[in-house]
Design a protein around this ligand. Structure first.
Ligand code: INI
Length: 154
């Protein structure tokens, strides 16, 4: 048996990151965790492209542009939609998730859903902080793992 995408090896992988300014205190933790893990996995800093968007709602289109540029092998979307702060939580979170899935399947470039959807700010912080949930780090790992599949030879 040969394992196609393990061990994880980011040395040849180009990563796009889409980061949401809305709840940027949370996004910054996610970004710190993602960048730290990418470095650990061998991703070269010159192979990381970061774009900022207003909020999670804008993440799908930004991801599509990055994916179609052919300049990245995988994309990580980072942000937080917090239920307590908005009556349109379900619209923003739902459209963001389904838009990101569409980009995955329509472009064949893996787009990782690192948009937290939580009841309150404290929950988001717990999941994002590098010392507790480190969701950004997990997303970085998923991105490299998926890119190794889509770039893999079978
Ligand atoms: N965007 C978020 O990323 N998180 C939120 O919690 C949020 N709330 O609460 O509304 C949010 N709204 C902005 C949205 O993503 C768009 O940027 C905005 O509607 C402009 O299109």
């Amino acid at each position: 048996m040969k394992e196609i995408n393990h061990p994880l090896d980011g040395t040849e992988i180009r990563v796009g990151i889409v980061a949401s300014r809305f709840n940027d205190g949370i996004t910054q933790h996610l970004l710190d965790g993602a960048l730290k893990r990418l470095e650990k996995l061998g991703v070269n800093d010159d192979n990381i492209s970061l774009v900022w968007v207003a909020g999670a709602f804008e993440a799908p289109l930004a991801s599509k542009v990055l994916a179609e540029s052919k300049e990245v092998d995988t994309i990580i979307c980072l942000g937080a939609v917090i239920r307590g702060e908005t009556p349109h939580f379900d619209y923003v979170a739902g459209e963001s998730a389904s838009g990101i899935m569409q980009v995955n399947l329509n472009t064949g470039i893996p787009v990782i859903f690192g948009i937290l959807t939580t009841e309150n700010y404290a929950q988001a912080l717990e999941r994002a902080d590098i010392k507790s949930g480190d969701k950004g780090g997990d997303c970085a790992e998923a991105a490299v793992e998926m890119a190794q599949i889509t770039k893999g030879s079978f």
